[in-house]
Design a protein around this ligand. Structure first.
Ligand SMILES: Cc1cc2nc3c(=O)[nH]c(=O)nc-3n(C[C@H](O)[C@H](O)[C@H](O)COP(=O)(O)OP(=O)(O)OC[C@H]3O[C@@H](n4cnc5c(N)ncnc54)[C@H](O)[C@@H]3O)c2cc1C
Length: 328
């Protein structure tokens, strides 16, 4: 009979991505609530001893598939490898990141294992021994609680990045690491031939704690320099609305929203963005939202914790200067 919680982590370029610790921590909380075991799965290349760090987050056991062919995510390699590990472990709950790769992996994994998936969850609970997942519906207009049919095991759920708290349970703890070597299909149609990184030092939007985003109100690409300067002072990433992306002012990778990235930073500063429902779908779960807009009736203000009704070209330079002073 299926039992235990298994978390799937993301390991890239020699380290875990931050969301892995969030998923591991939530896995620990769910395992405690279910009163069952917890383990983690790591796929990658050159994982080495790094996997044992998950012990800090309360994961006692880690299964590592370490192979050059797993250095970059491809569904054709990852899905069969993880499926084989999961068939062996036979957990009742599988948690994974709802990252770009995780969204692809989760759907394929659930289909492969012929079970159900709750995607992009923001909360879990265990009631009378039943595992339940909460996820946004209709582009974040409302939330629904889900539970799995008793025939659907494991219960696969992906965790929205930056929502679940990463909790160090024991700073000195190390997880027991076991190497596993499931067969990696050799007849894969997709191979990663080259990885082109964005400029180094750029903070990935989905992992950023603070985001400064600009919209059509920025009036042109050159004015984003203002936001970049502010972002640099705050240690923030720069995002954009679709209007700014469609105008060619920012790359598509910067787009926040329904057809862009879903972000959940602690602080989201929306500058010259009206707050269309499709934009709110991507940033509405941010912890604190600050909006700068000269139109007091802009819909973004109904979602914002702090609203500044002002011309952004007057406000942003003054604000940046104040941040600079405060920092020094
Ligand atoms: C299927 C679909 C998917 C979509 N997906 C997305 C998505 O992923 N992300 C997304 O963002 N949008 C998306 N959209 C588009 C969305 O509907 C809006 O058109 C878009 O978000 C508007 O961008 P904006 O707020 O920058 O521009 P606008 O709506 O034009 O707003 C500009 C704002 O700037 C303010 N402003 C202007 N000048 C100044 C100034 N000097 N100082 C201060 N404020 C100023 C104005 O008052 C205004 O509120 C999608 C639409 C559809 C139909």
């Amino acid at each position: 009979m299926a039992s235990g919680v298994c978390v799937i982590t993301e390991f890239q370029d020699g380290d875990f991505r931050k969301v892995s610790y969030e998923v591991a921590s939530e896995g620990k909380r769910v395992a405690d609530a279910l009163g069952c075991d917890l383990c983690a799965v790591v796929l990658g290349s050159g994982v080495g001893d790094k996997a044992s760090v998950l012990g800090k987050y309360g994961v006692p056991k880690v299964l590592v598939a370490d192979d050059e062919q797993l250095a970059n995510y491809t569904a054709e390699a990852y899905v069969p490898v993880i499926s084989e590990i999961l068939r062996e472990v036979d957990p009742e709950v599988v948690l994974l990141p709802a990252s770009l790769n995780g969204k692809d992996l989760g759907a394929r994994l659930a289909a492969h294992l012929e079970t159900g998936l709750a995607m992009d969850c923001t909360e879990f609970k265990v009631e009378d021994g039943v595992f339940k997942a909460k996820r946004p519906l209709f582009a974040g207009k409302c939330f629904g609680w889900y539970e799995w049919d008793s025939s659907a095991r494991p219960q696969v759920a992906s965790c929205r990045p930056n929502v679940f708290e990463k909790t160090v349970v024991d700073e000195g703890a190390t997880a027991e690491v076991s190497q596993v070597s499931p067969a990696i299909p050799s007849d894969r149609k997709v191979q990663v031939v080259k990885v082109e990184r964005e400029e180094s030092g750029k903070i990935e939007l989905t992992e950023a704690e603070i985001i400064v985003s600009g919209g059509r109100g920025m009036k042109g690409p050159e004015n984003f320099k203002m936001l970049e300067e502010l972002a640099q002072l705050l240690g923030a990433a720069v995002g954009a609305s679709r209007a700014a992306v469609d105008a060619g002012w920012r790359p598509h990778a910067d787009q926040v929203g329904q057809t862009g990235k879903v972000v959940t930073p602690n602080l989201y500063i929306a500058v010259g963005i009206s707050g269309a429902i499709q934009h709110l779908a991507g940033m509405g779960s941010s912890k604190y939202i600050v909006a700068v807009n000269k139109d007091p009736d802009a819909p973004i203000f109904s979602k914002a914790d702090y609203g500044i009704v002002e011309d952004l070209f007057k406000f942003i330079p003054v604000f940046t200067e104040e941040v600079r002073k405060a920092k020094s």
